[in-house]
Design a protein around this ligand. Structure first.
Ligand SMILES: Cc1cc2nc3c(=O)[nH]c(=O)nc-3n(C[C@H](O)[C@H](O)[C@H](O)COP(=O)(O)OP(=O)(O)OC[C@H]3O[C@@H](n4cnc5c(N)ncnc54)[C@H](O)[C@@H]3O)c2cc1C
Length: 455
């Protein structure tokens, strides 16, 4: 991974947490539109090196910017924990391009401008009677950034968020506009949806939608790890989306969040005897010390899909805020062994951990997706903001998970050497060939891509 210097890891919460970079700096953007204030990522652990950020308000402005700049990156909502979004030169922001372009009821698709966040899209989409198949733990993130990094939610039958994309429009290095659709050119489509920001500026995305649905969310406490080992497949299939939160202590999962779809007019009860775990009798936060006010409604209260699928509410700080994150994907067939492998490291992990989340994701066919051709278990770590300690623990976890051909989340912290990383993405060489075709002079290449894909 890119070499994070201590200077980059300032280890403090960003002053602009939860808002867009551009809007947070509104009023400080000079007449030429470029903003020059130093900028950090959402968690404040990474200080970007770009010298300015320019907002685009139209496709023509994007094309103009692309033609005038030799090197730059698009910055989304800054929710990655590493340098994947960083540029040594310039940022382009599409946060002001955040409209719904059109809803096609017959085709069951919605087309949006690429600066839109899930939090902006979901309420009007629901009002129009439609839903997305899944969401991440938070709605605050940009749709384009999430899809570029293979962001996911949970559910054995649910692909990551990138799998909802059915077409997109991208401005490539020469300023040309390409439209890529799943139905028209499946190979290029599979190659480019999880783009890691390497292929160009995504300006529009078309997403599959389905009729809006209602959900209930129930939390169960103190599920024993012995039950997880014995009944893993049944436990994670007990809901449409299931998340297991553990601190790896006392041989148990602290909380299980079970999100179930409720058909119209149907009354669904809480699960009886959920493998010995007891139903929570009050709303909880995954990090038990933090306020449940920031979280989506639990206790079986029925509500719209977009207010149950994420753990955290729009308008509130998701997770802890002052944190680092890592996440590792293994094949679901190795889930129990992988969980046991991490459990064996608990004395190294727990002192630096806020919470671990275990989620499942369906396999997909997107080349650079961590779930490429693998129904997956994702083992996530929300760490205390102490990079010097965390960076000593990550190689231990990566070593224990190496027999399972572990793949890291592209937007979180990892230390897997480039050669191993590339070997675990069997299409990475093909992907780089395609990048070379569309971006022959490395306009969208940055230190993160150089270190991880070309190292
Ligand atoms: C509190 C918290 C909770 C999280 N929960 C989850 C979770 O539940 N599941 C999960 O998988 N991840 C999760 N993440 C990780 C994270 O949400 C994603 O990886 C993230 O959404 C990336 O989107 P972004 O807009 O913030 O992108 P940025 O970090 O701004 O950029 C990421 C990459 O996308 C590229 N990009 C962005 N927009 C465009 C565009 N228009 N065209 C081309 N490239 C573009 C950038 O250049 C960069 O390469 C979480 C992060 C935080 C902080």
């Amino acid at each position: 991974m890119v070499n994070h210097s201590r200077r980059q890891f300032v280890g403090q919460c960003a002053a602009v947490a939860g808002t867009s970079a551009v809007s947070a700096m509104a009023g400080r953007i000079p007449a030429d539109g470029a903003q020059t204030q130093p900028l950090g990522n959402w968690a404040g652990n990474y200080q970007y090196t770009a010298s300015g950020i320019t907002p685009a308000r139209s496709l023509a402005q994007v094309q103009d910017f692309v033609r005038k700049h030799a090197h730059f990156k698009v910055l989304g909502t800054r929710h990655c924990f590493n340098g994947i979004a960083d540029s040594a030169d310039q940022f382009l922001s599409l946060r002001e391009m955040n409209e719904i372009v059109g809803l096609d009821r017959a085709a069951r698709t919605v087309t949006i401008e690429a600066g839109m966040s899930y939090g902006q899209l979901c309420p009007p989409l629901d009002q129009d009677g439609f839903a997305l198949h899944n969401l991440a733990s938070l709605p605050h993130i940009s749709i384009a950034g999430a899809c570029a990094t293979g962001t996911h939610g949970s559910g054995v039958g649910n692909g990551n968020l990138s799998t909802a994309v059915s077409a997109f429009e991208i401005v490539t290095a020469g300023g040309d506009v390409l439209s890529i659709a799943r139905s028209k050119d499946p190979r290029t489509f599979q190659a480019t949806v999880v783009s890691l920001g390497a292929l160009g500026v995504v300006t529009r995305l078309t997403l599959d939608v389905q009729p809006a649905f209602t959900m209930r969310q129930d939390v169960y406490l103190d599920l024993s790890m012995a039950q997880v080992r014995e009944h893993f497949e049944d436990i994670v299939a007990a809901g449409y989306s299931v998340s297991l939160f553990t601190d790896w202590q006392r041989g148990r999962v602290n909380e299980v969040w079970v999100k179930r779809r409720v058909a119209a007019g149907e009354t669904v009860a809480a699960l009886q005897d959920y493998y010995g775990a007891r139903p929570a009798t009050t709303h909880v936060h995954p990090i038990v010390e933090l306020s449940a006010e920031n979280c989506t409604a639990q206790m079986g209260v029925a509500g719209p899909w977009y207010e149950r699928l994420p753990h955290f509410r729009m308008g509130f700080t998701p997770s802890s805020g002052k944190e680092l994150q890592s996440e590792y994907f293994v094949a679901r067939s190795n889930a129990v062994d992988a969980i046991s492998a991490v459990e064996r490291l608990r004395d190294h992990v727990s002192p630096h951990l806020l919470i671990t989340e275990l989620r499942t994701i369906a396999a997909d066919d997107l080349w650079m997706s961590p779930c490429y051709k693998r129904p997956s278990l994702a083992i996530h770590f929300t760490w205390k903001p102490d990079w010097p300690s965390v960076r000593t623990v990550l190689p231990m976890i990566e070593r224990e998970l190496a027999p399972f051909e572990v793949r890291p989340h592209w937007g979180k912290l990892f230390t897997i050497p480039s050669a191993q990383l590339q070997a675990r993405y069997e299409m990475s060489a093909e992907f780089k060939r395609l990048v070379a075709e569309h971006d022959p002079h490395g306009k969208f290449r940055n230190a993160f891509l150089t270190a991880n894909l070309y190292g």
